[in-house]
Design a protein around this ligand. Structure first.
Ligand code: SF4
Length: 314
C-alpha cells in the first residue's frame, strides 16, 4: 500500500540528502492467495525495485507491505527471519545465483536445514522429493551447477525456493536469460507448482507474451508509477493507457489476420532522476494534452477492477 522507494543521488556538504531518484512512487496493489500478478514495463520503470522492496532487500522509504495482515516493513529482524522461508525470490540469472562449489543437493538442502524445515535424518529424502517436483533427476543430487544448462539451473533455483515451503514467490524475470524453447517449460513448471501448492506469485517481466500466459492480473509500470492495472483479459483485450497500447503494439502478432494499430513512441525514456512534470509519460505520449503537462493524472478505477492513470478517462 502506497509503496515508495527513493534512492538518494545527491547530498549537501553535511551529507544531508538533496536529490532523490524516485524508483517507486506511491504504488498500491493486492495479490490474492494462489494467483499471479504480472508486473511489466521497460527497464528502469521500478518493477524490480518493487519486488526487492517487498522482500526488504531494499528498505522502504514509505508505505506498507502487508503479508497475511502483517506489515513486513515493521517487523524486527528476528521476526522477519522467521517469516523469510514463506517469502522467496527466483532471480533472472540462474548462472550467477548458484554457488559453483556446492552440489545440487547441498544448494537445496542448506536453507532447509538452516530453517529446520525437516529433521536432519529426513533431509535427503525431502530434497529428492522437491527435486522430483521440479523435474530434476535423483542422480543430479551429487552434481554441480556448472554441469547443467540454463533451464536445468533455473529448475534448481526454483527447487531451492520451494524447498522452504513458501507462500509467496517473487519471480524476477525468471525466464529472460533462457532460450525461447526452454522458457515455456519453466513457465509451465511454475504454473504446475502453483496448482499443486497454491503459491502466490509476483511475476516481473518485460516480455508481454510470457506475462499474458501466466498472470491473473497485470500492472503496467512507467517511471516509478503504476499507470494501468487490471485482470489479464482487461489489460490484454482492452488496454486503456497510451503507454500500455504502445507496449502491446510493439509485440509481433502470431496471427496475420489480427491487425493492431502500431503506436510509435516519441523520444527516449526520460531520466527517473529528473522526470517530466505533470503526467510522466507526456514527453512521449501521442495523445498528450495541455493539462497533461502540468497535472499528474489520478490512478482511478474506470470499470470494475480496471484502473488507469490518464486524463483521457474521466
Ligand atoms: Fe498521455 Fe495525457 Fe494520458 Fe499522460 S495523461 S498518458 S500524457 S493522455
Amino acid at each position: 500500500q502506497h509503496l515508495k522507494k527513493y534512492f538518494t543521488i545527491g547530498t549537501d556538504l553535511f551529507g544531508h540528502p538533496t536529490q532523490y531518484l524516485k524508483a517507486v512512487d506511491d504504488v498500491s496493489f493486492d495479490i490474492p492467495q494462489g494467483t499471479t500478478m504480472g508486473l511489466v514495463g521497460e527497464s528502469g520503470c521500478g518493477k524490480t525495485t518493487i519486488g526487492r522492496t517487498i522482500l526488504r532487500l531494499h528498505e522502504l522509504t514509505d508505505g506498507k507491505v502487508l503479508f497475511n495482515g502483517q506489515d513486513l516493513a515493521k517487523l524486527s529482524k528476528r521476526k522477519l527471519r522467521n517469516l523469510r522461508p514463506q517469502i522467496q525470490i527466483i532471480f533472472q540469472d540462474p548462472y550467477s545465483s548458484l554457488s559453483p562449489r556446492l552440489t545440487v543437493g547441498s544448494i537445496i538442502g542448506e536453507a532447509v536445514s538452516a530453517h529446520n524445515i525437516v529433521p536432519k535424518s529426513a533431509l535427503k529424502e525431502y530434497v529428492l522429493r522437491v527435486m522430483k517436483d521440479c523435474g530434476l533427476q535423483p542422480h543430479y543430487y551429487e552434481r554441480y551447477p556448472h554441469e547443467f544448462s540454463g533451464g536445468q539451473r533455473q529448475r534448481i533455483c526454483i527447487a531451492r525456493a520451494i524447498a522452504l515451503r513458501p507462500r509467496f514467490i517473487v519471480c524476477d524475470e525468471p525466464v529472460s536469460a533462457l532460450d525461447v524453447s526452454i522458457q515455456a517449460q519453466i513457465i509451465n513448471l511454475l504454473k504446475d507448482l502453483q496448482d499443486k501448492y497454491d503459491y502466490t506469485y509476483l511475476f516481473i517481466s518485460h516480455d508481454l507474451s510470457v506475462v499474458e500466459h501466466i498472470s491473473d492480473a497485470v500492472g503496467v509500470m512507467y517511471l516509478g508509477n503504476m499507470v494501468e492495472y487490471g485482470a489479464n483479459e482487461d489489460i490484454f483485450n482492452n488496454p486503456l493507457h497510451p503507454y500500455t497500447k504502445a507496449l502491446f503494439s510493439a509485440v509481433p502478432m502470431p496471427d496475420p489476420t489480427v491487425k493492431m494499430k502500431r503506436v510509435i513512441l516519441q523520444g527516449d525514456l526520460p531520466s527517473p532522476a529528473n522526470p517530466p512534470k505533470g503526467c510522466k509519460f507526456c514527453t512521449r505520449c501521442p495523445e498528450c494534452m495541455e493539462i497533461c503537462k502540468t497535472q499528474a493524472p489520478e490512478f482511478k478505477e474506470i470499470t470494475e477492477g480496471h484502473k488507469v492513470a490518464c486524463h483521457l478517462y474521466k
